[in-house]
Design a protein around this ligand. Structure first.
Ligand code: FE
Ligand code: FE
Ligand code: MG
Length: 163
């Protein structure tokens, strides 16, 4: 870890890597929920929804990667066991037990809304610390989560007006 790079964080680095690990748990669960959802989804506009779910899964994995890289840069260790995802998650995991397209959309929209609020809270916490690197990373991730919610709600809207 870079010593000065770590010193400028402005908050307890262990606390920060702990918060980033909780976000990492969320991202892995979001990744899997989208990935497995894209496999099982059934119903109207299946192909459109499937493509969007796959795209979002890839983006959640990218977020997990960004978080893990930052945790390592700060001298921490990314969560090493899947059991920790469930223990550490902020937003939980909503298994797509019902493959109906509308149900899956609803579950994933709920997940995105939790992600947006969780990152907003993290960004607010970081304001006091004023760590520009982590804050910029969280802003980039949040931008994607806001887009994800909007994408899924747009599909819901199209499905409603198709009737
Ligand atoms: Fe994400
Ligand atoms: Fe997302
Ligand atoms: Mg999208």
């Amino acid at each position: 870890m870079g010593t000065v790079g770590t010193k400028i964080v402005g908050m307890d680095v262990k606390k920060l890597t702990g918060l980033l690990n909780k976000a990492l748990a969320d991202e892995w669960l979001a990744y899997y929920q989208y990935w497995v959802g894209s496999k099982v989804v059934k119903g109207p506009m299946r192909k459109v929804v499937e493509a969007e779910l796959v795209e979002h899964a890839e983006e959640e994995l990218k977020h997990a990667n960004m978080l893990a890289e930052r945790i390592l840069q700060l001298g921490g260790a990314p969560l090493l066991s899947p059991q920790d995802w469930i223990k550490q998650t902020n937003c939980g995991y909503d298994a797509p037990k019902n493959p109906n397209v509308k149900t899956i959309l609803k579950q994933n929209i709920k997940g995105e809304q939790c992600a947006i609020l969780t990152y907003k809270k993290l960004l607010d916490d970081l304001k006091k610390a004023d760590d520009p690197i982590t804050s910029n990373m969280i802003r980039k991730i949040m931008e994607d989560e806001v887009e994800h919610e909007d994408d899924l709600q747009a599909i819901e809207e199209d499905m409603r007006s198709a009737k």
